[in-house]
Design a protein. Structure first.
Lengths: 344, 615
């Protein structure tokens, strides 16, 4: 194999000529800039990169990337991207979606893309609100949320997107935050390297309809005590002074947060994203409380599993390998197969 | 004993039994034997949606009708000359369709008190005079089969299950069918269980020999081969022909075929068939739902495949939003709707033509697509190629309206020469098309076809974004400009309306007809047969049949206006008639039936004669 040629692309190469039309101050700007800056690192030609989105504020994303792109219809991006990815294994296909797009109208497509392990990088911008339709509660909004459509407070229990993805057999699950460019890019890097579906939840601030939804995770005075930064192979400790840690309490099913000083060092869970049993990553996904305390970010799970694309393509290749005739000869043979008779 | 041999020009046989009796297989085999002999054939399977309805009940009856003749025929026949009834339910469910004098072969073993009671017979119809008008042949099919297999190493259950082969053997003898293909078939089907091959062959031969020796069947019949065009033939169902047409479209376009499908009756067979043809590069995805199926197909089209989705009416309804997206994206997409009786779940295994309105209009916004309909089982092959041609050339969704009647019915098909099939090659865009030599304009159209360039991902220098938002002419940028939207809506309409399609042809052998019968899709056979009968009575009538429903042939208005009356028979409540009246201001007579079954040519004949009387 020849060494890949360094394309020497820059962030500028990934900016399209379209005027970006999100609200000033929207978290999407930061994500767009982070991704445009990150893409050259992959050394994939722009023409082989495709962004497919559904409907919602975040789904305008493809217009701003100078790659191939499709702004499709509400909730259907994973389905459309599945057809593209499976039929074109040479492409790098990214899905940009939101909490309403992916988890409400498009929930079915999301879970099936994940269970199949289609080679898609799925970026879910979660702002816990419907922005484009001007402020209704979303499937990730907290119970009791007062919005235009829930003046008495939402009665719906929300989804935990990562728990859902893990339940849907996702082979890669991660979470990051719009405002932390370095972390965002590190998670995207791991996602891009993953064979199969990579699901990344990005906490994104909607400054118009749900401002400050993730403020505790961003405010320098609180974030260190709230965020759990997962590092593969490292004991899970957090807090400004490392005063908190994650342990597996004996007899329990999940994980719990303790004060580091109250446990023996060997009791602290060492993060391993490659654990086969999804129960571990699931337990991590259940740590945060309603107040966003104990919110893990980083790569929760990254396990090797053949992608749907590779299985389908290898079936095609195996069938084609036996062919010795031209397509026309094959077709003539197929048409004339079965019981035939000839009239002279 | 020597049997008398009588020549017939045509016969209609209906095999009827319980869903588990193997009547579809029996009918299939008889059809195949008949095809080998060179008769013209048309078949009509009719089965319940339930896989195994309660045994012995009326809803559980499954039947297969085959019409064969020494001349060219157009329908599976209105009324059977012979009914094979494997149980009392099969007799009761089908008796009303039989003309007096028809032969009825009954499996007497199943005429037990319990089975008779299940379908409401107080006394056995074999014992009273209720069948006096028919020629009844009582045959102990089950017990004779079990008897014939006494020495075989098969269970009693397997022996009983071979009774359909006994029946097939008897009928094959009666109509002098060559049976080598059936023996070959049994060897392949039960290749892994040689004892079943032996048992089924023995049952078949026992049935054949029974015919030859019993005095109950004094006459044996022959139907001479039909005069058909020279060439190689095979018997084919519409779903099989449609699948092969899609494979052929891939070969002739040089593009991979991508099928996204969700299982639905009566379209699933196309998914099954296409999933076998990976060596042609055909990729099939069984999606999580109908919406994902069409979405995946559209995604594949975006990537340079021929994207196809196959479904029935309820599935098209779900796909509607994505089809509209395909209209906006101007990408090729073939949507196959094998229509069934609706609304809702309706009668999933019965036929209807009631999705025409949905195909023409069932989308939000002004979202025109091309619509075509095959007229017969083998025509599904050519209709699929034509759908692919329009989709690829004009970069548009095309809805192909098949229906359960053509999908599951079969007829002999003169195999086409592959080289004679249309050349469907397309050119992807490879270079910038802007005046400055560097810009790519994804919505700059070909002046002749109005198609936009198909620039697939992977093409350097043509990176562009498309989407469901209204696009500016040429650049494809998002546009809310009022004049642009008006222009784009009209252009999308013109794109479809100006697709050149062949003129409609009129069949009027007498040349002086004043009444025209206009049909579309699967009614071609019954309408054609009715017109023939009308003409045999010395009356003149013209027939024209629409293959292209959007756009319609350019000469259609002129043709319609040149007749005093136009009759439009449809298996719906007048959907085409409505379009014709609106578009051409022709006072067409709509004749409708929605019974889940094809028209009989006899009822159409009566209707047409009524119209002729009043011209």
């Amino acid at each position: 194999m020849s060494e890949p040629v360094a394309l020497k692309l820059t962030a500028k190469d990934f900016k399209s000529d379209q005027e970006v039309r999100w609200c000033p101050g929207c978290g999407d700007y930061a994500i767009l800039a982070a991704i445009q800056q990150f893409m050259p690192e992959l050394n994939i030609p722009r023409e082989r990169t495709v962004f497919v989105s559904g409907i919602g504020c975040s789904s305008r994303f493809p217009y701003y990337m100078n790659t191939y792109g499709m702004h499709s219809i509400h909730g259907r991006a994973p389905a459309i991207a599945t057809g593209l990815s499976v039929s074109r294994p040479d492409l790098s296909v990214w899905v940009v979606t939101g909490d309403g797009d992916a988890l409400s109208i498009g929930g079915n497509h999301l879970i099936h893309a994940l269970r199949r392990n289609v080679n898609l990088k799925i970026l879910l911008f979660n702002n816990r609100i419907y922005g484009l339709t001007k402020g209704q509660y979303s499937p990730t909004s907290e119970v009791g949320k007062v919005t235009k459509s829930t003046p008495a407070g939402s009665a719906d229990a929300p989804f935990n997107p990562l728990s859902l993805a893990l339940g849907a057999e996702a082979s890669f699950v991660g979470r990051t935050i719009d405002s932390d460019r370095k972390h965002l890019q590190s998670v995207l890097r791991a996602a891009a390297e993953h064979e199969g579906s990579a699901f990344v939840e990005i906490y994104q601030n909607c400054n118009i309809f749900n401002d400050g939804a993730f403020e505790q995770l961003k405010d320098p005075s609180t974030r260190d005590d709230y965020l759990i930064r997962l590092e593969h192979g490292q004991p899970i400790t957090f807090g400004a002074e490392g005063q908190f840690c994650v342990v597996h309490p004996p007899g329990g099913f999940g994980l719990e947060v303790r004060e580091t000083s109250s446990v023996r060092p060997e009791e602290i869970v060492v993060h391993d994203a490659t654990v086969t049993d999804p129960a571990y990553a699931f337990a991590l996904s259940r740590l945060p409380g309603l107040d966003l305390r104990n919110t893990p970010i980083g790569v929760f799970r990254s396990v090797a599993r053949p992608s749907y694309d590779s299985v389908v393509q290898s079936q095609l290749a195996a069938a084609k390998a036996k062919v010795t005739e031209t397509p026309e000869q094959q077709l003539a043979g197929l048409l004339g197969s079965g019981d035939t008779w000839t009239i002279l | 004993m020597t049997k008398q041999i009588r020549q017939l020009d045509r016969v209609v046989i209906r095999f009827a039994g319980d869903s588990g009796d193997g009547m579809q297989l029996t009918g299939d085999r008889f059809t195949s034997e008949t095809a080998q002999l060179g008769n013209d054939i048309s078949t009509l399977p009719n089965f319940p949606a339930e896989i195994r309805a309660p045994a012995g009940t009326l809803p559980g009856v499954s039947s297969f009708q085959v019409h064969f003749a020494d001349y060219d025929i157009l329908t599976p026949g209105d009324a059977p000359n012979v009914l094979v009834a494997m149980n009392p339910a099969a007799l009761k469910a089908n008796l009303a369709d039989l003309p007096r004098g028809a032969d009825i072969i009954v499996n007497t073993d199943e005429f037990t008190k319990r089975n008779l009671a299940k379908v409401g017979y107080q006394t056995s119809p074999l014992d009273d005079d209720s069948l006096a008008g028919y020629v009844v042949h009582p045959v102990a099919l089950t017990s004779m089969t079990v008897g014939a297999l006494a020495a075989h190493q098969v269970s009693k259950k397997d022996a009983e299950r071979s009774k359909n082969m006994f029946a097939l053997g008897l009928l094959s003898w009666m109509y002098s069918r060559p049976y080598e293909s059936t023996l070959r078939f049994l060897e392949t089907k039960f290749a892994k269980r040689p004892e079943l091959v032996a048992a089924n062959v023995a049952a078949f031969k026992a049935g054949w020999n029974f015919g030859e020796t019993t005095e109950d069947f004094a006459v044996r019949y022959e139907v001479k081969p039909a005069k058909m065009k020279p060439g190689t033939y095979r018997n084919i169902t519409g779903n099989a022909a449609l699948s092969l047409g899609l494979v052929a479209a891939g070969v002739r376009s040089g593009l991979p075929v991508f099928l996204g499908a969700y299982p639905i009756t009566p379209a699933s067979d196309i998914l099954h068939e296409l999933s076998k043809h990976k060596r042609f590069g055909v990729l099939t995805v069984q999606a999580e739902d109908e919406i994902a199926a069409v979405g995946a197909a559209l995604g594949a089209s975006y990537g340079g495949s021929l994207g196809v989705t196959t479904t029935s009416g309820p599935g098209v309804a779900l796909k509607s939003e994505t089809i509209s997206l395909a209209v906006a994206l101007e990408l090729p997409l073939v949507i196959v709707d094998v229509q069934r009786a609706g609304p809702s779940t309706g009668m999933p295994t019965k036929t209807e033509q009631a999705d025409l309105n949905m195909a023409l209009y069932g989308r939000h916004g002004e979202a025109p697509v091309a619509v075509i309909a095959p007229r017969s089982p083998s025509d599904c092959f050519f209709a699929a190629l034509e759908a692919a041609r329009i989709a690829l050339t004009y970069r548009t969704p095309v809805i192909l309206l098949s229906d359960n009647y053509v999908a599951n019915g079969s007829e002999p098909w003169l195999l086409p020469d592959v080289e004679s099939l249309p050349d469907l090659r397309v050119e992807f865009a490879t270079e910038p098309n802007g005046e400055d030599g560097t810009t790519f304009l994804p919505y700059l159209r070909d002046p002749e076809t109005l198609a936009r360039p198909w620039a697939i991902p992977g093409t350097a220098g043509l990176e562009h974004r498309i989407g469901g938002l209204e696009k500016a002419d040429k650049t494809g940028d998002i546009s809310y400009d009022p004049a642009n939207h008006d222009f784009m809506v009209r252009t999308r309409a013109a794109r479809i309306e100006t697709i050149p399609v062949p003129d409609i042809e009129v069949e009027d052998p007498d040349g002086d007809a004043r009444v025209l019968v206009l049909g579309w899709g699967s009614t071609y056979g019954p309408i054609g047969a009715a017109c023939r009968s009308v003409r045999q009575r010395g009356l003149s009538i013209a027939q024209a049949h629409l293959r292209h429903l959007a756009p319609m042939p350019a000469n259609l208005g002129e043709v319609l206006r040149s007749y005093d009356r136009v009759v439009i028979p449809e298996m719906n409540l007048g959907q085409l008639a409505h379009v014709i009246r609106a578009r051409y201001l022709v006072d067409a007579i709509s004749y409708n039936q929605v019974r889940g079954l094809p028209f009989t040519s006899a009822e159409l004949e009566t209707t047409l004669e009524e119209v002729l009387k009043n011209v």
